[in-house]
Design a protein around this ligand. Structure first.
Ligand code: ZN
Length: 361
């Protein structure tokens, strides 16, 4: 089939592998996401419109940094949970810190996906429809606001990317120690790329997501959806209790740069030293009672099996329940508030894998 040069350019411009098409190299390397359209060697700022439906629409901010040199496309997405501020702040800093002449390929930055959650400081959900945005991928064009936003992100950001980093951590009720997720899948290429990304990022703990957890019905999270679509994806968590420290931001900014270097996308001098990382499996400990929560441990603390982690008391001062460690573990996060509700999370703990010493570093 013979196509005109103009049509070839138009078609190629929207594809991540456009550089291989027989079109003008400069035109073919334009990266467009929503209203942000960046030619090679430039930065563009814009929005991804989430159209109105049964509830209001909104606009998701986006920055596109298109490198001077050709290469893959990575999507950096924060603020699916709008009150997890460390990732949002870190991506805002990266949007102004990364320069096109340092980049091979393109970096698409979504600093805050859940804008209403950010503005209203809502823990875990989008307050417009009460839904957790990290449970509704790939979304729907005819659903509520969370589903429509997830649809736009899946279609225009994740599907067009070669790699994805998903930033979380430090929600209003999470007193958190930095950690990351390595999600393995049946696709060994994606799994190996993910391993290299999470190792390069360098957060102190790597949670290994059990392979069996990525079956049907489990791909509604942003990272599991992206991995199912063949995109190596990691999730990184830092921040605490609705705020963050300078160290949290540095971990996320430096980790992102290390990962970009590992992928051959950032050329900006020498490597940053890596921290020692431990591989763990993780579990949530829910509250056995409703009342006031009094922790006995700190985030990041190593605990031993049977150790008291905290207690729950009623409003009259009587102890209702004690929570103990089910195994030797590290406290990845604990409930940052005195509010304990039966069946809701109090602790998230990581159990070091038996062969930790031999895990890849
Ligand atoms: Zn989150």
């Amino acid at each position: 089939m013979i196509r005109s040069r103009f049509l070839a350019v138009a078609a190629a411009a929207s594809l991540p592998w456009a550089g291989t098409a027989q079109v003008s190299p400069e035109r073919s390397r334009t990266v467009s996401v929503g209203s942000a359209s960046a030619g090679a060697g430039t930065i563009a700022y814009g929005v991804l419109p989430v159209p109105p439906g049964r509830d209001p629409g909104y606009q998701i901010p986006v920055t596109v940094i298109n490198g001077t040199r050709a290469g893959p496309r990575i999507a950096l997405v924060a603020g699916l949970h709008g009150a997890e501020f460390a990732g949002i702040v870190a991506l805002q800093k990266l949007a102004s810190a990364l320069k096109p002449d340092q980049i091979a390929g393109s970096v698409v930055i979504i600093p805050v996906a859940n804008v209403a959650g950010f503005e209203q400081r809502a823990a875990r959900v989008n307050p417009v429809d009460g839904k957790n945005m990290n449970r509704f991928f790939p979304g729907s064009p005819v659903g509520t606001q969370t589903e429509r936003a997830s649809h736009v992100l899946a279609r225009d950001v994740l599907e067009q990317a070669d790699y994805v980093i998903d930033y979380h951590g430090g929600d209003i009720d999470e007193d958190q120690h930095p950690y990351s997720y390595w999600i393995r899948s049946a696709d060994s290429r994606v799994t190996e790329s993910g391993r290299q990304m999470v190792a390069a990022f360098g957060l102190p703990y790597i949670i290994e997501f059990p392979l069996t957890d990525l079956g049907p019905g489990k791909t509604n999270l942003l990272p599991t959806h992206a991995i199912a679509r063949g995109k190596p994806t990691i999730t990184v968590d830092a921040g605490r209790a609705g705020t963050y420290t300078d160290e949290d931001i540095a971990l996320l900014v430096d980790g992102t740069k290390r990962t970009l270097r590992r992928l051959g996308m950032l050329i900006d001098g020498g490597p940053v030293p890596l921290r020692r990382q431990a591989h763990v499996t993780a579990q949530t400990l829910n509250s056995p009672a409703t009342g006031l929560f009094f922790p006995a441990v700190r985030r990041g603390q190593r605990v031993t099996k049977g150790q008291t982690l905290g207690r729950v008391a009623d409003f009259y001062g009587k102890d209702l329940a004690t929570v103990v460690a089910p195994a030797n573990a590290v406290i990845l996060y604990l409930n940052a508030t005195p509010s304990a509700v039966q069946g809701q999370q109090l602790f998230f703990i990581g159990t070091p894998l038996a062969d930790e010493a031999t895990r890849p570093r």
